[in-house]
Design a protein around this ligand. Structure first.
Ligand SMILES: Cc1ncc(C[n+]2csc(CCOP(=O)(O)OP(=O)(O)O)c2C)c(N)n1
Length: 633
């Protein structure tokens, strides 16, 4: 049997398909998504949930004219399959393959690049204004999840959209889930439903009542009848959006293609301002393991498609995240002032363990990194010890809050920055490359880069003992399998010589210390002497005395960091040494992330690419050593 999906070469072909054909296509798309994600990993449940919505939008709108922005973009797999990337879909999230998120440089149908949440309404409104200024007529759509709608930026977008009153369609993809269950008062409003029978009955009663008012009654009834949806909005979540000057349509069954098409057309017909189309979907729809456990299947590694069980992994050791989560619980047992805070990532950050043990001292703020930080600052003013666990890339959102609300007021907030460094398959939007560079200049902050799981535990207990702002950064993935020691605090601003040596010093930070030690073995074998390997442990305050002493002992300084070179750890050390006039005559070589956005691939591939693996470090040392030898010859 020929596949319908294989016959789609342009999304406009969907306009001519029957209801049955679209339903058949939905099944084929689901199958293809499950097949590919079971190999490559990816955002399965979000993508499965919007298959019908994607088909309906593509069959109603002309995406060569109209603009469509997916919020976060992790749900775009069906869209990619239907907009020219079917043949490359097997390469999803792999090195050199297509991205897991929409990207403007990947397809003309990807109208806006995304990865971080809650940007869609703002971007769509900008596009709507541009359209109007240019005198064009196309539609602009933003598709935003109920999780993404919890963020401030989404509300800022709604607020201005209601004020500007431009033609704009916001499709709310409501599956009652963020990664975990959605949180906040908004989610309670969204789940407010009344049976349509109840709405119809009430509608008739209200109309009868309005008509009975002398003189103006008939007019009032006409206003009330203006649209069933706007009437319904009094009794449904629409109240909120109507108050923001949106026309509210819905809720609509997000798996009923004809109904979606009808309501999308209705939304497209509204001329006088923005519309919010409320669509109810089931996360993971059509694949039982994902429907049954949408949190686990939000983002997954490889799994067996028949069962949904993970493919046996080579993971031998617990991840940094798990070690952090367990240690936080251990510390929470001893110290009732510890409060754990996450911004919609309880599982991802390991704070779900704390939530289970101390529900009253755990807060999931929703996708609200800015609020999470200021909220923590508030707790800290009252004698609590908030631990804010946020991925490096998402903490970028709360930079001002870290500066203004925490550090400027010297508040003891501990930032646990997971996914620091190259994260792998999620790619450019998700690498935690910048945290050292953006935190280092803030007065009063302490910054630790634990090299392994043991040091992560010590770093956490140290941070909580400081009574000052402190951040610790640690990477995605498994640790190095070191034996866990009893917890102890670390001496402030003291690093550790990991290996004594001569001539060359390798200053490696965080998760690059063990690979540097690996490189040192190869260097000793090949060059006949051992380099010195130093772990600063602290990026701020730097172990200045130790670093200056090392610089006086060797001629070659080698730096290794899983971070941008611009403003990162090596920059900090070079500033220190330049200020101390200790750089003259030194040969300096820096390994880290160059001044470019790094694409997607496995963590190993990407680390290899930028030269951060043990053997790459050794190769770089050999290359420099050869060059120096040539220079002397
Ligand atoms: C600023 C930011 N914080 C956190 C995330 C991580 N994240 C990705 S998807 C997601 C949940 C989104 O929920 P929703 O918008 O409802 O979409 P769904 O996955 O349920 O379809 C989160 C928290 C992110 N992408 N961006």
């Amino acid at each position: 049997m020929t596949s319908l999906l294989e016959s789609i070469t342009h999304p406009r072909q969907l306009h001519g398909l029957t209801r049955e054909q679209l339903t058949e296509l939905a099944a084929e798309i689901r199958q293809r998504i499950v097949d590919v994600v079971s190999h490559n990993g990816g955002h399965l449940a979000p993508s499965l949930g919007v298959v019908e919505l994607t088909l309906a939008m593509l069959s109603v709108f002309d995406l060569e004219q109209d603009r469509l922005i997916w919020d976060v973009g992790h749900q775009c797999y069906a869209y990619k399959l239907l907009t020219g990337r079917r043949d490359r879909f097997d390469s999803l999230r792999t090195l050199g393959g297509i991205s897991g998120f929409p990207r403007r440089d990947e397809s003309p149908f990807d109208h806006f690049g995304v990865g971080h949440s809650s940007t869609s309404i703002s971007a769509a409104l900008g596009m709507a204004m541009a359209r109007d200024l240019k005198g064009e007529r196309h539609h602009v759509l933003a598709v935003i999840g109920d999780g993404a709608l919890t963020a401030g930026e989404a509300f800022e977008g709604l607020n201005l959209a209601g004020h500007m009153a431009r033609r704009l369609i916001v499709v709310l993809n409501d599956n009652e889930m963020s990664i975990s269950s959605n949180v906040g008062a908004l989610s309670l409003i969204l789940s407010r439903t009344f049976s349509s029978q109840w709405v119809r009955k009430s509608r008739q009663e209200v109309l009868r009542f309005l008509r009975s008012i002398p003189h103006i009654g008939e007019k009032l009834a006409i206003y009330a009848q203006r649209g069933e949806w706007s009437f319904k909005s009094f009794f449904t979540p629409g109240m909120l959006f109507e108050a923001l000057h949106f026309t509210y349509i819905g809720p609509v069954d997000g798996h009923d293609i004809p109904s979606l098409q009808k309501h999308l057309q209705m939304a497209a017909s509204v001329e006088d301002g923005p519309v919010l189309l409320h669509v109810r979907t089931i996360k993971g729809k059509g694949y039982a393991p994902a429907e049954n456990n949408p949190t686990k299947f939000h983002g997954v590694g490889s799994f067996l498609p028949e069962t949904g069980l993970p493919v046996a992994s080579k993971k031998h050791f617990p991840s940094f995240t798990q070690v952090f989560g367990q240690t936080l619980v251990e510390l929470g047992e001893q110290d009732p002032s510890i409060v754990a805070i996450t911004a919609a990532m309880p599982e991802g950050t390991g704070t779900s363990l704390f939530r289970e043990r101390f529900p009253e001292r755990f807060v999931d703020t929703g996708i609200c990194e800015q609020h999470a930080v200021t909220f923590a600052a508030g707790l800290a003013t009252q004698g609590f010890k908030p631990v804010v666990a946020i991925y490096s890339t998402f903490l970028q959102r709360s930079y001002d809050q870290v500066v203004h609300d925490v550090c400027l007021q010297h508040l003891p907030v501990t930032f646990c920055i997971d996914r620091a460094g190259l994260v792998g398959e999620d790619g450019a939007t998700h690498h935690g490359m910048f945290d050292i560079a953006y935190l280092r200049p803030i007065p009063g902050i302490h910054l630790l880069a634990p090299r392994d799981e043991n040091m992560l535990r010590h770093a956490l207990v140290t941070a909580l003992s400081l009574n000052a702002p402190c951040a610790l950064r640690y990477p995605r993935g498994v640790g190095f399998g070191v034996e866990l020691e009893p917890l102890h605090t670390l001496a402030l601003g003291k690093g550790e010589i990991m290996l004594e040596g001569e001539r060359i010093a390798i200053l490696a930070c965080g998760n690059r210390v063990h690979p540097a030690l690996e490189a040192a073995v190869a260097i000793r074998e090949k060059l006949g002497f051992s380099p010195l390997v130093f772990d600063p442990i602290w990026i701020k305050p730097l172990p200045a005395d130790q670093i200056c002493a090392i610089a006086q002992r060797v001629d070659v300084l080698f730096f290794v960091e899983d971070s941008v070179l611009a403003g990162g750890f090596s920059s900090a050390v070079l500033e220190l040494l330049a200020d101390a006039s200790l750089l003259s005559g030194k040969h300096v070589h820096r390994l880290g992330i160059p001044d470019t956005f790094v694409e997607h691939g496995t963590q190993l591939e990407l680390r290899e690419m930028v030269g951060l693996r043990g053997h790459c470090i050794a190769q770089s040392v050999f290359a420099l050593w050869d060059e120096l030898a040539k220079g002397k010859a």
